[in-house]
Design a protein around this ligand. Structure first.
Ligand SMILES: [Zn+2]
Ligand SMILES: [Zn+2]
Length: 262
């Protein structure tokens, strides 16, 4: 595998490495295809890190990079779009404003609460896990303008405990069914290896269930915010995906999946 389908550049509010440096790092690493998926998170509640995106310059730099580096590396234009209830018309407009190759839909918030800075000390963990997946289901019933769902079980990382998903199994099944019927993919996001959370992202049980329900669209992304992390632990992700019944990984171009043998 010579690609990475979830990466960031200095256009993301949480990354300060310019696009050119990231691209040159990817070339050095021997990648053939790099999907740049910078953040935009409409409605994000933290004014210090609002996850807005300078679309004009982002699109301009992507096009310039494609022509400048195109003979060495295929650069795909992507987005990591934060999904938030109440923001769907804005999000839809954003997604349709440029011919993106891939749109990763991600949950970084539960309602108006940003999970990264949330104080979990007095939280009823199992109840919050149920709230999170119920919220996700509600959102995804209304919003389908994404191609793959990013880091599905991200709440595990922030809440810091691996709660039993038993009470949420039905709602998670509903989400996965919606995704399968809607032709939406899942990603294996290998940033879990940076955070040492003791679980895959998403958990293996989620990936396995998606596969059992007929889902086959799988991308693998490092979520790199620096060139050091391109394809981080992909050598582990591939046998992991195979062990769960996946036969293919996908690359996206013009928002259509192409299947390659794992
Ligand atoms: Zn994310
Ligand atoms: Zn990301």
């Amino acid at each position: 595998m010579n690609c990475d389908f979830h990466t960031h550049t200095g256009f993301s509010d949480d990354c300060n490495i310019p696009m050119d440096i990231m691209i040159e790092g990817a070339i050095k690493k021997g990648l053939k295809t790099l999907a740049i998926t910078d953040h935009v998170d409409p409605g994000f509640p933290d004014p210090n890190i609002p996850f807005t995106l300078d679309f004009y310059n982002y699109h301009k730099c992507l096009l310039q990079a494609q022509s400048h580096y195109g003979h060495q590396l295929e650069i795909l234009a992507g987005l990591e779009l934060g999904i938030m209830e109440g923001q769907f018309p804005v999000s839809k407009k954003i997604v349709n404003s440029f011919p993106y190759d891939i749109v990763i839909g991600s949950f970084h918030c539960l309602g108006k609460n940003d999970l990264y800075s949330y104080d979990f000390s007095d939280v009823d963990g199992p109840a919050m896990v149920e709230d999170f997946y119920s919220y996700m289901y509600r959102c995804l019933k209304s919003f389908q303008d994404y191609d793959i769902l990013g880091h599905f079980s991200i709440l595990d990382r922030y809440i810091g405990t691996l709660y039993d998903y038993g009470p949420c199994e039905e709602i998670i099944d509903e989400i996965l069914r919606l995704m399968v019927v809607g032709g939406k993919g899942l990603e294996i996001n290998t940033s879990n290896f940076r955070y040492h959370t003791g679980t895959w992202l998403p958990r293996g049980s989620i990936l396995k269930r998606y596969r059992e329900l007929g889902g086959e669209i799988l991308t693998i992304g490092s979520d790199a915010h620096s060139p050091d992390y391109f394809q981080f632990h992909f050598e582990d992700a591939i046998p992991f995906a195979k062990s769960l019944g996946f036969r293919y990984y996908c690359e996206f171009r013009s928002r259509k999946p192409e299947f390659f043998t794992l």
